[in-house]
Design a protein around this ligand. Structure first.
Ligand code: GCW
Length: 724
């Protein structure tokens, strides 16, 4: 029997060992762990002595509850005193019109800066007393401000003299769920879809609320609920009433719902014979559909569309083009202020040109032709969410069109939810890339936030990694990728180090002996996965369909560009895809300075080498090694780095819960096993062309090439049924 003294010891251990109270990860980056530093607690308590927080809208009530929960848990306060006499308080939280005129005036410039979604957190002196003020122009600004304040407290930041004026730099900060109506998730590795269509609209799962809360805490303000490989049923009344229930939950958190629109919906659910965008009956059908949706959901965001891509229907089925398709939908949505997000992820089996060039060739000529409520959503790279890709050449090349970034948070090509990979580092690399399209430093971030070409409508989407798993994302560290995506969508100029530091502090511990090695580990994890999967610019050498593990030998799929051999082009001469003028000339789609730099294997950054060049096996790399040796050594380095992650993690026990420590340890062991699998399978296969021994320092393969080729994975999640 457990005795009282055991319970007390346990409580003592939890409270005083710095272990966060959350043990299963459900609370994400908001465990609001008790702050043990007594001087810090005192300072925070001083601000929390008496709080003036007027207003009772749904959004403000959420903010108030959150504040109370946070302060209660972090500071151990039983209740939070509120005071309606605003001059006697230590914390004042309210929209501009609720604050006294002195404060209003002293902040008048900042109020202009923060617009509709920003906030101000500032200590001000009132009657010679220091007061912490959180203010905004709108309720949602207050909610964002409260979340930020609590986040800062979770990070043990000094609030003395704080003057944080912050507003999102991007308008649409969006998660794209690839959730099917049967609750499977395409490329989902964290369980099933959160949306329980059978129980909606009556049953509101607490998860919907917690999901909205997590999104709002980082400023995500839009979600598309359904897979871009869309099912038209979602647009029928039967489903729309369920969508409406979710919209009601999300609304006070500032989140708008988008749906994926199947282009052939007028045929499938509208009894029309065609979905031709120039047919008046089809146009009318969409106008009515939009009216019907907005009647139910007045703040509906709009449609996300994958058309004429990987077998999805689209305007080209009727001899029309992307502009015809997008503008037809845009017209139906415009009166309601809705948007069309039209994806640029297109490539065709009938186009013999390099797949990497096709989206640019197809879309750039349409620049300036889309209606003002159309965003063209473009993946970060020209192929497909690979461990490393040069930025998509469309960024910067369509100055008259708002280009929306599409990142993939779910790790389709990055080890599913079993590999620890900190994606903000990858996202940062893309956002910081210079397109050279205008003045110097015309970065992708400046294209996305609209500053380079004066765009008003701006957006960043992330394909969600969220599911019904207890900890939401499968891998406890994959939560950092959801968090980091949100932070970068708010501010694409944040550094990945800052994001790693914030997330680690909030989720686990503020102890420096935890933070320093763990931040380093997170930052490095992104290069590590490149090393053991796709070093030196190799790409898309994943096994077919499910993309689980290596399959560089796959060569017999019906569409050439679905075969890994299409991408690595290994032969007895060498390896790599020649995309210079002597090959596919994909470099031509980039600005001149990049063409010059990238056309020459001597000047291209080596991380892109084999993306753009086919080079002999004994080509000399910058470090003097031959290309073959260099590839082999990178694979080995990746494996060694995962082993290093295991060592680092093994000493982190004091800072995390026992459950999470064990979970991550098991996952890292899988990652190590799979990193070795990648190394051995790829090197054995490429060796059949290079005919060279692996250099010293590279471990001998564990199994034969035949063994690796024979592996089958019926259990691999997230497969696309039509591919298998
Ligand atoms: O990378 C590919 C994925 C598909 C996905 C497609 C897309 C939703 O393998 O599963 O389909 O990209 O982005 O449309």
């Amino acid at each position: 029997m457990i005795q009282l003294k055991h319970v007390l010891v346990l409580v003592f251990l939890c409270v005083f060992s710095g272990i966060s109270q959350s043990t299963n990860g459900y609370e994400l980056w908001m465990p609001y762990s008790n702050i043990e530093d007594s001087s810090l607690t005192k300072k925070y308590r001083d601000y929390s002595k008496s709080i003036y927080f007027p207003g009772s809208t749904e959004t403000l009530m959420i903010a108030k509850n959150e504040l109370h929960t946070g302060l209660r848990k972090m500071l151990g306060l039983a209740s939070i005193p509120t005071n309606s006499n605003r001059l006697e308080n230590t914390m004042i939280i309210g929209t501009k019109e609720n604050l006294n005129s002195d404060i209003q005036q002293s902040l008048s410039k900042a109020y202009v800066e923060i617009g509709n979604e920003g906030f101000i957190i500032k200590t001000v002196s009132i009657k010679s007393k220091t007061v912490l003020v959180v203010t905004a122009n709108t309720d949602i600004g207050i909610l964002y401000g409260v979340y930020r304040l609590l986040n800062l407290m979770q990070q043990h930041k000094n609030l003395h003299n704080i003057n944080a004026v912050d507003t999102p730099k991007i308008k649409l900060r969006m998660l794209n769920h690839w959730d099917n109506l049967d609750r499977t998730v395409e490329r989902g590795y964290a369980g099933f879809s959160l949306w329980n269509w059978q129980k909606l609209p009556e049953f509101i799962d607490q998860r919907y609320i917690d999901y909205a809360r997590a999104n709002a805490s980082v400023g995500i303000n839009a979600v598309s609920l359904t897979n871009v490989n869309a099912n038209a049923l979602i647009l029928t009344p039967m489903y729309l009433e369920k969508v409406e229930a979710l919209a009601r939950v999300f609304r006070p958190y500032g989140i708008k719902i988008y749906l994926t629109a199947r282009f052939s919906a007028p045929i499938e659910i509208g009894n029309l014979e065609t979905a031709d965008p120039l047919d008046p009956k089809v146009q009318q059908w969409w106008v009515h559909k939009a009216d019907e949706i907005y009647k139910l959901i007045p703040d509906f965001g709009g449609f996300l569309v994958k058309a004429n891509s990987e077998g999805q229907p689209g305007p080209q089925n009727y001899g029309r083009n992307h502009v015809d398709g997008a503008n037809m939908l845009a017209k139906a949505l415009l009166p309601h202020k809705g948007n069309v997000i039209w994806r640029a992820f297109v490539y065709s089996e009938h186009d013999a040109d390099d797949r990497a060039k096709q989206a640019y060739s197809e879309f750039v000529p349409y620049d300036g032709k889309f209606m003002e409520n159309v965003l063209v959503q473009t993946k970060n790279g020209a192929i497909d969410f690979q461990p490393r890709e040069p930025f998509h050449p469309m960024f910067g090349a369509m100055p008259k069109t708002p280009l929306m970034m599409e990142f993939q948070i779910t790790q389709e090509y990055l080890g599913f939810s079993t590999h620890l990979v900190f994606l903000p580092k990858l996202f940062e690399e893309v956002l910081d890339a210079d397109t050279f399209r205008k003045e110097e430093n015309s970065t992708v971030a400046k294209v996305i936030d609209g500053s380079l070409h004066n765009q008003k409508l701006t957006g960043m989407a992330g394909v969600a990694n969220i599911g019904t798993d207890l900890n939401w994302t499968g891998h406890p560290f994959a939560q950092a990728n959801w968090y980091g995506f949100g932070r970068l969508a708010w501010d694409p100029y944040l550094s990945s180090e800052t994001i790693a530091d914030e997330w680690l502090r909030m989720t686990f511990s503020n102890d420096e002996s935890f933070l320093e090695p763990m931040t380093r580990m997170l930052i490095k994890s992104r290069e590590t996965v490149v090393n053991y999967m796709n070093p030196l610019g190799l790409h898309h050498i994943f096994d077919t369909g499910h993309h689980y593990g290596p399959g560089p030998w796959v060569s017999e799929l019906s569409r050439p560009e679905w075969n890994p051999t299409y991408y690595h082009k290994a032969d007895s001469q060498g390896i790599g895809f020649d995309r210079t003028p002597s090959g596919s000339n994909a470099t031509e789609q980039y600005a001149k300075p990049l063409q010059e730099l990238w056309n020459d294997p001597q000047t291209i950054p080596e991380e892109y080498l084999l993306w753009f060049h086919h080079l002999p096996w004994d080509y000399k790399l910058k470090n003097g090694a031959t290309l073959w040796d260099g590839i082999a050594l990178k694979y080995q380095q990746g494996v060694d780095e995962v082993a290093g992650m295991i060592t680092t993690w093994s000493i982190m026990k004091p800072f995390v819960s026992k459950e999470q420590h064990e979970e991550v340890t098991m996952l890292l062991e899988i990652q190590l096993k799979e990193a070795k699998w990648w190394r051995d399978a790829c090197l054995l296969y490429f060796q059949t062309f290079s005919k060279k021994d692996v250099p010293d320092g590279v471990s001998k393969p564990l199994y034969s090439l035949e063994y690796y080729k024979s592996l089958k994975f019926p259990f691999a999640p997230g497969i696309r049924p039509q591919w298998d």
